[in-house]
Design a protein around this ligand. Structure first.
Ligand code: GAR
Length: 201
């Protein structure tokens, strides 16, 4: 069966990558093949997860390539060489340039740990998102998967899932609940949904 070759871009722990790998191993991503994991940090545990799953890895370390243009060119070269049809940003902590996003228009998705348009855009990433949600006192938060365009966290929304904030939550506790109850569920599903659609196009 024809499959879309998927690259997952990470910067850290890679629990969202793991959710995709587990889902694929369970047969829930039949339209996609996880073909490459790219990290912009040589220290990212996501690389270890990829190796354990037998997925090829590519490191374009920010320290080694401080110039964003050069870094993006190296990532693009790796994606092209691997014949990637869908790019998944899963805990990738660098905002990509318009030149990059244009190359994968409607073929690049991102998971964000809030219900967009709340707590998103430049400066809202990782734990900071949950700190802001708790500071504002929202009672419901969640996660969003969306297509990536030139506006940070601004592309068309594919899926969202709400998660309740509980009394006494710390940013760390809330982050874990949002991952477990929302991100790890909607991201692998969105990968399959988009791959399936790309195969039809
Ligand atoms: C996840 O919560 C992801 O949604 C978030 O960083 C975490 C990465 O965890 N991404 C962003 O904030 C991007 N704006 P992971 O490396 O364990 O998947």
């Amino acid at each position: 069966m024809n499959r879309v070759r998927v690259a997952v871009l990470c910067s850290g722990g890679g629990t969202n990558l793991q959710a995709i790998l587990d889902s694929a191993a369970a047969g829930a991503v039949p339209s996609g093949e996880i073909a490459l994991v790219v990290s912009d940090s040589a220290q990212a545990f996501a690389l270890e997860r990829a190796k354990r799953a037998g997925v090829a890895t590519c490191v374009v370390d920010k320290k080694q390539y401080p110039d964003r243009r050069e870094r993006e060119q190296r990532i693009l070269a790796a994606l092209e060489e691997a014949g990637i049809g869908l790019v998944v940003l899963a805990g990738f902590m660098t905002i990509l340039s318009e030149a990059f996003t244009k190359k994968y228009e409607m073929r690049m998705i991102n998971v964000h740990p809030s219900l967009i348009p709340s707590f998103c855009g430049p400066g809202f990433y990782g734990l900071k998102v949950h700190e802001a949600a708790l500071a504002r006192g929202v009672k419901v938060t969640g996660a969003t998967v969306h297509f990536v365009n030139e506006v940070c966290d601004g592309g068309p929304i594919i899926a969202q899932k709400a998660v309740e904030v509980q009394e006494g939550d710390t940013p760390e506790v809330l982050q874990k609940r949002v991952m477990r109850e929302a991100e790890w569920i909607i991201l692998p599903r969105a990968v399959e949904t988009v791959c399936k659609q790309l195969l039809k196009d």
